[in-house]
Design a binder for this molecule. Structure first.
Ligand SMILES: CC(C)(COP(=O)(O)OP(=O)(O)OC[C@H]1O[C@@H](n2cnc3c(N)ncnc32)[C@H](O)[C@@H]1OP(=O)(O)O)[C@@H](O)C(=O)NCCC(=O)NCCS
Length: 166
């Protein structure tokens, strides 16, 4: 769609990923992420991912990173939760509502199946009803709420927990 290609990210994509996160963090309303790593920190993080973890990026023909979807282990230390992954999705404003989230999800879900996950979980700000609609459309079900879990610019928000059995 529109020359967008989804591919697994490498540390070389750190600048593009940080640019997306900086934009979303500056919007202040969509994510609990209110401060963003440097490009160097992000590159180190991408290089440190285990074989069962991946970021997928949606890249335009000019190489612009329009957005990305992350898949991390829910817990990097508990073998009892090694079957659970956590997902995050972030797009630049101009690229939202154009099917890119679904495109990213196709690759993330394939990767999650190959990596042996049995369930995926996400935390979404309660005020972010668009993201809840997005994850519901992918098959996630709401399964809990952490009350007053986020404070950004002095404004409290809950976090909605959603899960999907792979
Ligand atoms: C949430 C987000 C990742 C969704 O990605 P997207 O590419 O815009 O979503 P898609 O176009 O692939 O839409 C997939 C489905 O999600 C739902 N959806 C997407 N945007 C929606 C909106 N504005 N209102 C209601 N439902 C919406 C629809 O069911 C849609 O399916 P459809 O096109 O068949 O109707 C994207 O809007 C975004 O990056 N938002 C800002 C950052 C953010 O909130 N990230 C989540 C933090 S937890």
């Amino acid at each position: 769609m529109n020359g967008i290609v989804v591919r697994k990210a490498s540390p070389a994509d750190a600048a593009g990923i940080v640019a997306v996160l900086e934009t979303v963090a500056a919007e202040r309303i969509y994510s609990a992420i209110d401060t963003v790593w440097t490009v160097q920190q992000e590159a180190r993080y991408l290089a440190s991912l285990s074989p069962r973890e991946a970021f997928h990026v949606a890249a335009g023909p000019d190489g612009l990173i329009a957005g990305f979807q992350s898949l991390d282990l829910w817990s990097s230390i508990l073998p009892s939760m090694s079957h659970v992954g956590q997902v995050g999705t972030f797009l630049l404003p101009d690229w939202r509502g154009r099917g890119i989230g679904r495109l990213l999800w196709r690759d993330t879900l394939d990767f999650a199946k190959d990596a042996g996950y049995r369930k995926l979980a996400i935390q979404v700000r309660a005020s972010n009803t668009v993201a809840q609609a997005f994850y519901s459309a992918l098959g996630f079900k709401e399964c809990g709420r952490l009350t007053r879990q986020v404070i950004v610019d002095g404004i409290e928000d809950d976090e909605i927990l959603m899960e999907l059995f792979v």
